[in-house]
Design a binder for this molecule. Structure first.
Ligand code: ARG
Length: 472
């Protein structure tokens, strides 16, 4: 990096815009630390949208002439097409996206370009651009979460009747429906959508017109620019408008929680696709090989989704640290807000696309799932429940009876369903052979019909609810 810095700064620099009281240009290192263009050029569209709204408002309120406004708008559209075409002369010396766009506008339309910045500052400009950018990001993420949910619901529908082991402490606990397991992630994703929607709602206020920090003496119409940019209202306090970054922290928090949620299913995919579990496999599209071990199929994407919280929580922690203790109103520290946010959103979007892809791609192995579901005395609770229901015992006693029977079965090396009735009766004489009807993984799963339970009847009901909600 330091090698790239020329010894003296080039002459055409942003100081041409703010350098009236300066007699010398910035040092090259000053220019290097000050420039944000490599990062914030991603907000060029939002910057141009903000400038279009601002210039229209300035003309409508008579602050600038309609001829100047028309020239500005034409020029801005040309700047936009140059940027989209990839032949925009981005300049580090011009510091940031705002000054790059304005300098190019000046080159295209001349003098009227200088009127665009009336009643505005880069402080309210950058806050506006950033809110617009994050609003779009929230909308993209919402659509990606919905696609992920759709993939899960489709798999859940196919596998509503498929029994698998449910785990606690990663120890086999009770049989559950695979569809039920998958739908649990649909619920989580819905809460993630709620968090992004909340953040979007609170960030959708316009800082434009807060100017540097105190508002402006020009007779601007902030309602008009807010409306033009799709904001719900102008922000009511100009200091807050330029200083606040909690909107970005909120999106990052939602992103961090979402990434952590995704990492849990990602980890299960990794486990399920191992030889030890053998529950599922990913197709070639979602697997990679090893450069040394020819037999390997690695679920790299799932592992990377599992890892993504490292970067995304890092972004959240980084920006919290930047903002902490900053006095009002704007300080240049706040320029360090965009890199972590862009990185986190890029990472999260890739993670979401990957999870939607893998959720749809997974092929399950029914026999292995069913076999594992019946292992490790996963029907011991069903035996205890039977003792409560049929013999009228308190659950605590029934738990003890079932535990003693499991111990006997374990000693004989058989599952409960193959333990002779006489053995069970040696623990509890009142047990009769109706007990065997509750002793199977499938019976256990099907019996749990309480609302929110794992019985396929309930699972199919929930699949229908989600299909309706997601329109899939
Ligand atoms: N590039 C700056 C940022 O991202 C824009 C605002 C600069 N404002 C200023 N007073 N220097 O925060």
């Amino acid at each position: 990096m330091a090698d790239d810095i020329p010894e003296t700064a080039p002459t055409k620099s942003s100081s041409a815009m703010w350098g009236g009281r300066f007699s010398a240009g910035p040092s090259a290192v000053m220019e290097a630390i000050n420039a944000s263009i490599d990062v914030d050029q991603r907000m060029a569209d939002q910057d141009i949208d903000g400038s279009l709204a601002h210039s229209r408002m300035l003309a409508a309120t008579g602050v600038i002439s309609s001829e100047d406004a028309a020239a500005i708008q034409r020029g801005l559209e040309q700047v936009r097409s140059e940027i989209h075409a990839g032949d925009f002369p981005w300049s580090k010396a011009l510091e940031d996206v705002h000054m790059n766009v304005e300098a190019r506008l000046k080159a295209i339309i001349g003098e009227p370009a200088g009127r665009l910045h009336t009643a505005r500052s880069r402080n309210d400009q950058v806050a506006t651009d950033f809110r617009l950018w994050l609003r779009d990001a929230c909308d993209r993420i919402d659509a990606m979460l919905a696609a992920y949910q759709t993939a899960l619901v489709q798999q859940a529908e196919t596998h509503a009747d498929q029994v698998m082991p449910g785990f606690t402490h990663l120890q086999t606990a009770q049989p559950v429906s695979l569809g039920h397991h998958l739908l649990s992630y649909v619920e989580v994703a819905q809460r993630d959508r709620g968090r992004f929607a909340d953040a979007r709602k609170r960030l959708n206020e316009s800082p434009l017109g807060c100017a540097a920090l105190a508002g402006t003496a020009f007779p601007i119409d902030r309602e008009m620019t807010a409306k033009a940019l799709g904001f719900d209202r102008p922000m009511a306090n100009s200091l807050d408008g330029v200083a606040a970054r909690d909107f970005a922290l909120e999106v990052l928090s939602a992103a961090a929680i979402c990434a952590v949620n995704l990492s849990r299913f990602a980890e299960e995919i990794v486990l399920w696709c191992t030889r030890r579990f053998g529950f599922a496999t990913l197709s070639d599209a979602w697997s990679t090989g090893s450069s040394i071990m020819p037999q390997k199929r690695n679920p790299d994407a799932a592992e990377l989704v599992r890892a993504k919280p490292g970067r995304i929580i890092g972004s959240l922690t980084g920006l919290l640290t930047v903002v902490k203790g900053l006095p009002l109103a704007y300080s240049k520290d706040l320029q360090e807000d965009k890199a972590p946010v862009f990185q986190a959103i890029d990472d999260l979007e890739l993670a979401l696309l990957s999870m939607a892809g893998m959720a749809a791609d997974l092929t399950f192995f029914p026999a292995a799932l069913e076999e594992a579901a019946g292992e490790a005395y996963s029907d011991a609770t069903d035996l205890a429940d039977y003792v409560v229901r049929e013999l009228g015992k308190p659950f605590r006693d029934a738990h003890h009876i079932s535990g003693s029977i499991v111990k006997l079965a374990e000693a004989k090396g058989v599952p409960l369903s193959l333990l002779p009735l006489a053995d069970m009766q040696s623990v509890e004489p009142a047990i009769d052979d109706s007990v065997f009807s509750v002793l199977s993984a499938r019976a256990s799963m099907s019996s749990r019909t309480s609302f929110g339970g794992t019985s396929p009847v309930r699972v199919r009901e929930q699949v229908a609810v989600w299909k309706d909600r997601l329109g899939c």
